[in-house]
Each structure stands twice: as structure tokens, then as C-alpha cells.
Design a protein around this ligand. Sequence first.
Ligand code: ATP
Ligand code: MG
Length: 265
Amino acid sequence: MEIKLSIKNLTKKYDKNASHPALDNVSADIYEGEFVSILGPSGCGKTTLLRILIGLLEPTEGNIYLDGKDITTAPAAARSMGIVFQNYALFENMTVLGNVVYAAYLKAKKEKTATKSEITSRALEMLGLLGIRELKDKYPSELSGGQQQRVAIARTLIHNPSIMLFDEPMSALDVATRLQLRDVIKQIQKDFGTTMIYITHDQEEAFALSDRIIVMDKAHIVQIGTPKEIISSPADEYVKDFVVGNLYKKIDSLSKYAASGAQND
Ligand SMILES: Nc1ncnc2c1ncn2[C@@H]1O[C@H](COP(=O)(O)OP(=O)(O)OP(=O)(O)O)[C@@H](O)[C@H]1O
Ligand SMILES: [Mg+2]
């Protein structure tokens, strides 16, 4: 398999004099078409890593390679990565369709790559894939959180991103919506073969979605492995407790949730 993204010895100190960096010598390779989660507790450096990958933040040390090319200092726009945030970040004064076509249209106009009607029909196709085509004329304030997140995904997907990154996209959603959206994301990955990097502090989510999981703690990568590898041979006590231990607790509470839902139906 081809390496899509190579992260080499990234260190980030927000403050030169800080005793503890926010990221400390982090390295990982991510393969083409892979779904990789970055799993770790609050403050371990997940968002810092993501911001460096998408070009919003420069590392203090280290390099990033996209398709073998050093992009460490490349501007965000040149990386063509798509990002979905926790808080949706939709344009409130635009319809669903407007949100999806806006940036794509500006880009196509500048680069003379597609007409407005081509972009509109592609946007409608994306909305269809995400199951929200009939909401195209609604405004974000008229949508549920899960629907807004689908719009955010469609808006990212229309650019045909080199990599899609998600920063805790489900944390504001209820369990049922999270489970639905999970399926949607997996289906998109299957249909488009997009490389995906998914940040979460939810063990169960990481295990359900990922080909491999990068486990972080206190600015470090502690383990990189498939869900199976991490369960069968956790790297240390931390992975055993925080990752595997909590995974079983989460599965337990999810099955209780499912059982109670089944009774209510
Ligand atoms: N702009 C900033 N300036 C200074 N320190 C920062 C800044 N952003 C983050 N940090 C620090 O860097 C460390 C890592 O933060 P980061 O936001 O990457 O964590 P995280 O893993 O995404 O946490 P969470 O799960 O809460 O989102 C933390 O100690 C945080 O306080
Ligand atoms: Mg974060």
C-alpha cells in the first residue's frame, strides 16, 4: 500500500520556554484509503497535530509529507485537505445547498474548472449520498445537529479532498445520531476511497471505525495498531486501562442503551 501521509518527528511548543511541548517527537505513516483514528484524553495534543497537518499551525520541529512531497510549510489551500469540526461551522445565512456550493464555486471560477451548474449538480449528488437532498433549501438553524454535520461533510467532499480529517465530529450529538453518522462516514470512505483521519476521545468509536488507531497520551504516541492488535497486546498499562478498559465499559453501556431502546419501541 502507498503511504499517503508521512508524519516525521513532529514537535510543537506553543511557548518556546514551555517545559512540556504540546506534541513531542510524533511520527506515523498513514496509507492511501486508510481510516485512522487518533485516540487520546483531553489535552494530549490531538487538535494540535491536526492543525499542523492541515496547515493552520507550523510545527516547532519535524516534517509532513503528502504523497511523498514535503508540505510542512505549504499553505492550507495547497494541501487540499478537507476538515469537519465538532461545531459544524456552517454559514448561517446560507441554505444547505448554498453552504455546499459556495467555496467550490469560488474555486472553480478562479481556476475555470467547472461551471456553476456542474457544481450545483455535484452538490446535489453529495447531498443525496448523505441522505439530506430534500433539505437543500433549509437554513442551518432549521436542522438537527446530525443533519448539520452531514452538510459539513458534503461541503468538504465536494472538493474531492486529498485527505478528510475529523476533529471530534460527533461529540455534540446524541447516541442514536452518532451511530447513524458513523455508518454514513464509513460508506463515504468505501465509495470514494478517501483517506480519513478521525480524532476522538471515544474508545468505542475509534474501534468501530478504524483500520488502525494511533493512541496518544501527554503529547506522545503510545501505540499504533489495528483494533485487534491493541486489544490483544496493549503497549503498556495506560493503553490497557484507558483504551481497552474503557472500550469494554463503553460497549457495555451501549448494549444497555440498545436494550432499553428495544423495550421502548
Ligand atoms: N493556542 C495554544 N496556546 C498555548 N497552548 C495551547 C494552545 N492550544 C493548545 N495548547 C495546549 O497544548 C496541549 C494540547 O492541546 P490540544 O488542543 O492539542 O489537545 P487535545 O488532545 O485536542 O484536547 P481535547 O480533547 O480537549 O480537544 C494542551 O496542554 C493545551 O493546553
Ligand atoms: Mg481537541
